[in-house]
Design a protein around this ligand. Structure first.
Ligand code: FE2
Length: 486
């Protein structure tokens, strides 16, 4: 019997021996069990087909001449439902083997001429084992690629770097079953990483000023054998981070290859997100500047947007809206009049009574504001709110003449805050009203101009404001109201 160099590994492979001669199957079983394989035997061809259907086997060794089915007929039936099984046909004499075209057609891996020695059969089985090993590796590689492919769209769809980092770390844990993971990202420059995610305590203590130094630290601490560690490079080839995982044992070639592919995908996703964040930040800066310019145009309306945002946010919260809706309302409040940038100064700042034509120009500002805000995806959701902030419940507002609940809920909220602040702020043509006077006016336009139920809630919102704020001048209130909403 050949010495078995991989005896323990062979127990992963199972053989079914089929022969109508029980002595032959017992001999094969004894020989190959001795070589380390799992071996079952069957003497009835029909029962053998059912066994292959219900149990997993890697290799079938079967006799050719049997009753009631010959070996080639057994294989023909098995091939209708199983194409993975490796099959070796045993023949009494080479001349009795089926023709080569039948062997090929049935995908039989080889045949063996029975004799007293099993060396040649063992060689054939070992050849099958090598192929099965390769097939398993390829399948596992395919499966992991498929798992990775199913995870990546989720990672690409995320927009916040923090979410992406957490998802990447969760993904490496499921794909590589690692004991520890670390993702560090530098958003330009040296120093401590700007984003850092780690799982397991072992990675938590590592710290370095550059991706290269961090890679070195990881390999020094855990040894190169058990570590998969790679710089995360942007599209210019510059290192912007590190992804490192520590595994229980030495990673194989395929795990390393998959890791490199995964790192490249993560790098692209992270780079897109950082880029998107920069674009978004700069757009927010532009919009902030626009808003300040709108306010700066007219000293009488200065701070108006901030106060509208503040009142509207509190009204949304008092109406029981969820935090994200409240945030949207506050943003929309900040930018509700941004479209006034497009209104010529001689109309916007005119001290005289406006003509009908001039008033028509002013009435364009909700649409203009909506167009400006639609230009960036993050603000697209507030664009319709801004568009409808001058609609009225009775349908006599503009630009679309919407009425009742056809007006977006957030627009109805902004409308109340806008009206209230306009009345409680001084204008060049009139002094400001007190809070109580303005609230009385709001009640008068319930269910004509404004949403009556919301006005009722707003009365409480204002009445519950601390007295000190109610007594402040609008400029002082602005400083109090200034809160970060981005
Ligand atoms: Fe407005």
């Amino acid at each position: 019997m050949r010495k078995n160099r991989h005896g323990s590994e062979k127990s992963e492979f199972s053989i079914l021996a089929l022969d109508d001669d029980p002595i032959m199957t017992a001999t094969i079983q004894s020989y190959f069990q001795g070589a380390g394989y799992q071996v079952d035997v069957e003497n009835d061809p029909v029962a053998a087909i059912e066994r292959v259907r219900t149990c997993h086997y890697d290799i079938l060794l079967l006799d050719f001449l049997m009753t009631p089915l010959c070996g080639d007929q057994v294989v023909e039936q098995i091939r209708t439902f199983n194409h993975d099984l490796f099959i070796i046909l045993l023949t009494g004499h080479k001349s009795m083997a089926p023709p080569i075209r039948t062997i090929r057609a049935l995908d039989i891996q080889g045949y063996y001429e029975k004799n007293d020695r099993f060396d040649q059969l063992e060689l054939l089985v070992e050849s099958c084992v090598k192929s099965i090993r390769q097939m398993r590796l390829i399948r596992s590689y395919q499966q992991r690629l498929a798992d990775m492919a199913s995870i990546m769209p989720e990672i690409y769809a995320l927009q916040e770097p923090n979410q992406i980092g957490s998802h990447i770390l969760a993904a490496v844990q499921s794909l590589w079953a690692c004991t520890d993971g670390l993702l560090a990202i530098w958003d330009g420059g040296r120093g401590a990483p700007h984003l850092r995610f780690s799982s397991g305590d072992a990675m938590a203590g590592l710290d370095a000023e550059t991706p290269e130094l961090l890679c070195t630290q990881v390999e020094q601490q855990f040894g190169r054998e058990r570590v998969l560690c790679s710089p995360v490079a942007n599209s210019l080839g510059e290192s912007i981070g590190v992804l490192a995982i520590v595994m229980a044992g030495k990673p194989d070639f395929y795990q390393e290859q998959l890791f490199r592919i995964f790192v490249r995908q993560c790098a692209a996703s992270m780079e897109n997100t950082l880029l998107l964040r920069r674009v978004k930040d700069s757009y927010v800066e532009v919009i902030k500047a626009l808003r300040l310019m709108v306010d700066a145009k007219d000293i009488y309306t200065r701070g108006h947007s901030d106060r509208v945002s503040y009142y509207a946010g509190h009204l949304a919260a008092a109406l029981g809206k969820d935090p994200e809706t409240c945030r949207q309302v506050r943003l929309a409040g900040l930018f509700h009049d941004v479209g006034k940038m497009a209104i010529p100064d001689n109309i916007l700042l005119s001290p005289d009574k406006l003509t009908d034509e001039e008033f028509e120009v002013i009435r364009k500002h909700p649409e203009c504001g909506s167009s400006i805000l639609s230009a960036i995806s993050s603000f697209r959701t507030i664009a319709p709110i801004v568009r409808s902030h001058h609609e009225r419940i009775d349908g006599k507002g503009y630009p679309d003449g919407l009425s009742g609940t056809d007006i977006p809920e957030a627009s109805r909220i902004i409308s109340i805050a806008d009206t209230f602040d306009a009345m409680t702020s001084a204008r060049r043509y009139r002094p400001s009203m007190t809070f109580d006077q303005a609230l009385e006016k709001l009640v008068e336009v319930k269910d004509t101009q404004l949403d009556g139920k919301m006005v009722d809630v707003f009365l409480n919102v204002i009445r519950e404001l601390p007295e000190e704020i109610r007594q402040m001048e609008p400029g002082e209130q602005l400083r109090f109201f200034a809160e970060e909403v981005f």
